[in-house]
Design a protein around this ligand. Structure first.
Ligand code: CU
Length: 487
């Protein structure tokens, strides 16, 4: 059904063949269909084939001081590839990568664009370049069936960093499958020289299965319509810029990031943790802001961020809509090597226990006094206890009861907890500080006294003594009251 609609569209959109552009060598005379034309950017001299690069790489800066005829060959490829460990997705791509190949031009260049659609493709595709002045950004002129090539030409008239994307119906689906990339139009004087340039582009992905669900995951139109992505990614997959694949720089170097957002839905709050953008080309245009922490990159928009790296370390690249980073994949890394600068950044200088009101154990403010039924079933205690745990304990002891190494002891399989119910009740009533040993590991922290009713304490202890593999049976209200009166 879908395919037949697209196929009929293919015939409806068949554009007439573009006029022939001839650039005379050397003297810069240009003609279209034999008629000489002039350019406000000076003579268009010679022709060259554009060098295209895969993310995170960027083609070398342009050294020409004149526009040229620039020939771009970009091939559409559809294929299955990992979107995360153990999860496959059917990507549609410009040049075999998500995002698509980076295209670098100079203002005034006349780009002869050849869009090739590989014969193995199942879909027709086209391209809308935001750097194009003309209907659809080239979409109608570039509509290309599988196994065909479309050619059209355009002059890049406005310097800036522009998104390109597929605009074949259903447009959202083509973009969601990875059909976007960046085209840079350098100003006549060129970009200022920097030591490192990188290409980063964000995109949101919608799969039938939830984040991380293994196997080949089909595109979910439902989730795309509701704008609830399972994945939000830099450069097309979870971990595309992490570990060995992190981008790199050396202390003292200047770094320029060409940042894009393909969407299709989300806007990005682009941020590099531990860096400040010295120069920020707002929305990829000519306005340069300075000293920026986070920049908003719209869907179908861009930004150019420049900064120097002063100290070594791993700098995490995020969408500061932060659940996307830690739960949906939008996490990249910039690894900087070189000597420390302890004036710029000292590292941790000290760690001591903070007790604002002296040595006494602190209290967590009381919740509203709950009523105290004399007996509850095991099931009730577990339900109430779980709720109570989430509110009062989870922040330190963690959802899985494993605690945090070196700071908060585990409750899961804790010998300290399981050995002695009365002692555990005391911990709730009085808090706990000083050296303790849990499963052979020493802790020396402060657990605040919890302000919970005795009934709540019975429930939360029942819950922690019967979760995560613990088997301790019910803790009753009577036990809690007895332990209290023994104080
Ligand atoms: Cu497409």
């Amino acid at each position: 059904m879908l395919l037949s609609i697209l196929t009929s569209l293919a015939f409806a959109c068949q554009a007439p063949v573009a006029p022939t552009l001839v650039v005379e060598g050397g003297d810069g005379v240009t003609s279209i269909n034999g008629v000489t034309v002039s350019s406000e950017f000076g003579p268009i001299i010679g022709e060259e084939k554009a060098v295209l690069t895969s993310p995170p790489n960027v083609p070398a800066p342009i050294n020409r001081n004149h526009p040229t005829k620039l020939i771009v060959d970009l091939e559409v490829l559809e294929f299955v590839a990992p979107i995360a460990d153990g999860v496959d997705y059917t990507f549609w791509t410009f040049g075999g990568t998500v995002p698509g190949s980076f295209i670098r031009t100079r203002v005034g260049d006349v780009v002869e664009f050849n869009l090739h659609n590989n014969p193995s493709s199942k879909m027709p595709h086209n391209i809308d370049l935001h750097a194009v002045t003309g209907p659809g950004g080239g979409a109608a002129a570039s509509f290309t069936a599988p196994g065909h090539t479309s050619q059209f030409s355009f002059q890049v008239t406005n310097p800036g960093l522009y998104v390109y994307h597929c605009a074949t119906a259903p447009v959202g689906m083509h973009i969601a499958n990875g059909m976007y990339g960046l085209i840079l139009v350098e100003p006549a004087k060129g970009m200022s020289p920097v030591d490192k340039e990188y290409y980063i582009m964000q995109g949101d992905f919608y799969t039938e299965g939830a984040y991380g669900e293994a196997g080949l995951q089909p595109f979910s139109m439902q989730k795309a319509l509701q704008e609830i992505p399972d994945y939000v990614l830099f450069n097309g997959s979870v971990g595309a810029m992490v570990g060995d694949k992190a981008i790199t720089a050396k202390v003292g170097e200047s770094v320029r990031l060409y940042v894009g957002n393909g969407g299709p839905n989300l806007v990005s709050s682009f941020h590099v943790i531990g860096e400040i953008f010295d120069n920020l080309y707002v929305e990829g245009g000519s306005l340069v802001n300075h000293n920026v922490q986070t920049t908003l990159v719209p869907a179908g928009g861009s930004a150019i961020a420049e900064f120097e790296v002063e100290v070594p370390g791993t700098f995490i690249i995020v969408d500061h809509s932060i659940f996307r980073t830690f739960n949906k994949g939008a996490l990249g890394m910039l690894k900087v090597t070189g000597p420390d600068d302890l004036l710029v950044y000292s590292g941790k200088q000290d760690d001591r226990i903070y007790q604002p009101e002296g040595g006494a154990v602190q209290e967590i403010p009381a919740a509203e006094g709950a009523k105290t039924p004399s007996s509850r079933t095991m099931e009730e205690r577990m339900t109430l206890g779980e709720r109570s745990y989430k509110v009062n304990c989870l922040a330190c002891h963690q959802a899985n009861g494993e605690g945090i190494k070196g700071a908060f002891p585990p409750l899961a399989k804790s010998d300290y907890l399981m050995e002695d119910t009365k002692r555990a009740i005391d911990v709730m009533h009085k808090g706990l500080s000083g050296k303790i040993t849990v499963n052979g590991v020493e802790y020396n922290g402060v657990m605040p006294k919890v302000n919970m009713s005795d009934d709540e304490i019975a429930s939360v202890l029942t819950y922690i003594r019967n979760s995560w593999g613990n088997e301790g049976g019910k803790v009753t209200l009577n036990e809690v009251l007895e332990a209290k009166s023994a104080h």
